[in-house]
Design a protein around this ligand. Sequence first.
Ligand SMILES: Cc1cc2nc3c(=O)[nH]c(=O)nc-3n(C[C@H](O)[C@H](O)[C@H](O)COP(=O)(O)O)c2cc1C
Length: 269
Amino acid sequence: MTLLDTIKARRSVRTFDGRKLTGEDMKRIQECIDDLSNPYDIPVSFVLMDAEKNHLSSPVLNGEKLYIAGKVPKVPHAEEAFGYAFERLVIYAWTLGIGTTWIGGTMKREVFETAAGLAEGERMPCMSPLGYPAKKMSLRETMMRKGVGADKRKASADLFFDGVMGRPLNAEGDMAEILEMVRWAPSAVNKQPWRILKLENAYHFFEKKDKGYISDAVGDMQKIDMGIALCHFVMGLEEKGMSYEFALADPGIVPAADEEYIATIIVEG
Ligand SMILES: Cc1cc2nc3c(=O)[nH]c(=O)nc-3n(C[C@H](O)[C@H](O)[C@H](O)COP(=O)(O)O)c2cc1C
């Protein structure tokens, strides 16, 4: 299976079959956690939490026995770093047949933060269940997916631009495949806030902001989405054996009032 196949096949899983993860899968997940990094070098730490022992639940989930939460210091770019690192785990888990769902809203936040041992100066922006998908989705899950159009994404012409914002980028070959990986990334309420502007060999990532995604507990939720998009782009480059440099190199163009520059990936060769 190619990475693009994996990314397109992945979906949020909210209905689980009630089994605990096998010892082997727990070991693999732990190894993945130990290896996680992010291009901002901001420390993101992960905590696995037994649902029953910690009295944890979420109104949108069924049958889950285990959660993973991530914690990050309240510093600039923490959200992107968090999104990037956590998404690596989400993709890896899917390759093992383990389902996840990014949860930033539909939980009793204080209970999860206490169970995760959140310290002063830290945030726990999101958590996810970890488990084996049930054969059939709950009615609520089916309805939720319909509500946000979870099986669809915006067209690439609305997301990826060439030379100037608004002019669609006609990427070919490997780069077209990598952008498709970004297009299919998960995002809060499936808003897909990422916009990419290509200037020569630099891919500048911008956030198109919607209202209502900023809070003290999370920071800017849509910057987490941006970290997820960066993660998919970089994983795509890695799969294709293409070298790149990560940079904060604002191209200096004036974005629309609801857009913010996030980061740049310079693709070499
Ligand atoms: C940062 C972030 C926060 C999210 N928060 C929630 C949440 O609180 N509850 C929920 O049910 N889904 C949540 N989601 C899942 C999205 O709704 C889902 O990824 C999106 O609709 C696309 O569907 P898919 O993941 O099945 O492709 C969140 C996703 C992201 C990336």
